[in-house]
Design a protein around this ligand. Structure first.
Ligand SMILES: [Cu+2]
Length: 532
């Protein structure tokens, strides 16, 4: 069962797009950048400066220089011509203590504007790296982002322009707490990604395919077919991806034009829009996995970051249970699980006590029947084959519903301001939107400094969406009304409603969007604006 790129199955509620392995496909320059029509300049610079003054200041400065540009990246025997920071995927780690000033100069070697967004870190608005609050950096230009780092935790950085992150422009950002209460002997940073750039269709080609396939441009093969419109919202159509022969076809790297993704119970339906040629841990394909070396009995902190564009990963370390300690940088009541689910943009910190041997850390691409992996080695010996799936993947899987923020970081329960984000769109039309409008026609949500708000995501689509808010970390409210974890990115499953609480303590204009790169580019984004 091989299909060309953009193959769509009429019987399916939605088509699946394969990122075909073309080999040496030319890199298509990504020139689209998000253009804001949201109100601009409504936030006084003195309010931003006052918020910055209120952040901790250690007196230390951490500097770095990053050069986004074209690069040949070795994925492990396969070289991809793509975009990278300083010729590496992931780009170089930036690490600071709470209160340190971070001063990062971006020298834009791309042929289009770029930016640097500090995902999850509640920085000053004019350094957030997302227009209109922070202007983009022109090609050939330089800009120094400078801000105090307010909270410890596991973060990451990437551009907020078009699909650039999907080309390999990302790196880990770790803020340390000098008074860190958790003791550990070793630290392992694990960045997950779904990969096509330079080995298959370009992200830009995939995006255009998704739009045309479903008639998003009005010209696609499905456009105008009687009764086909809106299929993506028909109840009861979920799970078509489980049709025999449909699932898992994307799992064969190197097979051209193979499409299809299976359903994911954890995600309440489908796994995603795109099957990729490869899934990576720290820039490597499974057959050329990186190895993290430790000693038996050592306590290892693993910081897991999902940098993918369209893939949720289910992560387990063979032969180990994991104690989850942080979600999106903030502490939770430590909870033992066998595996953890991460949507795009999410981070989880877990602690393990290393066994004696060689153990694959496996990130299963949810609903796509393929894996990424790295190895933990504490002894000599061999590892199982590259496709090995540890049994832990199908035991207790931690999701957002599993965890509760520690009392110290819980937000006030009194949050009277009601904000709504209704998520809509279908694969057929590829018309992803918030509150009925794509980003270029959006009506911003508004809030005043100091207000406590409840933001409710209502997902009226048959797809899941990892919703991300800039400049804040919200508190998830569980379905039973009890407090969940602190997060900046939360999975909202098909037809599900998720409420979160937030405190307006960071004045500015803040992006609120789906972290599926293609959904975001199609318009599933709005802003939360501070007003007087
Ligand atoms: Cu989405």
């Amino acid at each position: 069962m091989t299909k060309q790129v953009l193959a769509a199955t009429p019987l399916s509620r939605r088509g699946f797009l394969a990122a075909s392995v073309l080999g040496g496909a030319a890199l298509v320059a990504c020139s689209r950048s998000t253009t804001a029509t949201a109100p601009n300049g409504g936030v006084a610079t003195d309010a931003i400066a006052a918020a910055e003054a209120a952040r901790p200041h250690s007196g230390q400065t951490v500097t770095a220089r990053l050069a986004p540009g074209s690069a040949d990246i070795d994925l492990g025997g396969t070289t991809a011509r793509t975009l990278a920071y300083n010729n590496a995927v992931p780009g170089p780690l930036i690490r600071a203590n709470v209160g340190d000033e971070i001063a990062v100069t971006v020298d834009n070697g791309l042929d289009h504007p770029t930016s640097m967004h500090w995902h999850g870190l509640a920085v000053r608005n004019d350094m957030d790296g997302a227009a209109p609050a922070t202007p983009n950096v022109d090609p050939g230009g330089s800009f120094t982002y400078r801000f105090s780092s307010p909270h410890p935790g596991t973060y990451w950085a990437h551009p907020h322009t078009g699909l650039d992150t999907d080309y390999g422009l990302y790196f880990p950002l770790i803020i340390d707490d000098p008074a860190e209460p958790g003791r550990y002997d070793a630290e392992w940073i694990v960045m997950l990604d779904d990969w096509t750039s330079g080995v298959g269709s370009s992200p830009e080609q995939i995006y255009e395919g998704l739009r045309s396939m479903g008639g998003g441009s009005g010209q696609g093969p499905m456009a105008g077919m009687p009764g086909m419109g809106g299929m993506g919202q028909m109840p009861g159509m979920g799970g078509m991806g489980q049709m025999p022969g449909m699932g898992g076809m994307g799992s064969m790297p190197g097979t051209p034009g193979v499409g299809g993704a299976a359903a994911s119970n954890l995600l309440g339906g489908d796994g995603g829009d795109v099957t990729y040629p490869y899934y990576l841990v720290n820039g490597r394909i499974p057959s050329a996995a990186t190895t993290f070396t430790a000693k038996p009995g050592q306590r290892i902190r693993i910081r897991i970051i999902n940098a993918g564009a369209d893939t949720a990963f289910r992560v387990a370390l063979a032969g180990h249970r994991m104690t989850v300690t942080h979600t999106d940088g903030f502490p939770v009541v430590p909870t033992d699980v066998d595996a953890i689910l991460l949507g795009m943009g999410e981070r989880y910190d877990v602690f393990v006590t290393a066994g004696d041997g060689v153990f694959p850390l496996v990130a299963s691409a949810e609903g796509k029947n393929a894996v990424a992996r790295a190895l933990l080695s504490t002894a000599t010996g061999g590892a199982p084959g590259a496709a090995f799936r540890p049994p832990e993947l199908t035991r207790l899987v931690g999701t957002v519903d599993t965890f509760t923020a520690t009392p110290q970081v819980q937000l006030p329960t009194n949050a009277p301001l009601a904000l709504q984000a209704r998520l809509s769109g279908t694969m057929m039309h590829y018309d992803w939107a918030i509150n009925g409008r794509p980003y270029d026609q959006t009506v911003p949500l508004t809030i005043h400094q100091g207000q406590h708000a409840t933001l409710t995501f209502t997902n009226n689509t048959m797809m899941w969406h990892p919703m991300h808010l800039h400049g804040h970390t919200f508190q998830v409210i569980k379905a039973d009304g009890t407090p969940g974890p602190r997060k900046d990115t939360v999975i909202v499953k098909p037809m599900q409603t998720v409420a979160v609480r937030l405190v307006a303590d960071n004045p500015g204009i803040w992006m609120l969007h789906c972290h599926n790169g293609y959904h975001m580019d199609a318009g599933m984004m709005t802003t939360l604006d501070y007003t007087d």
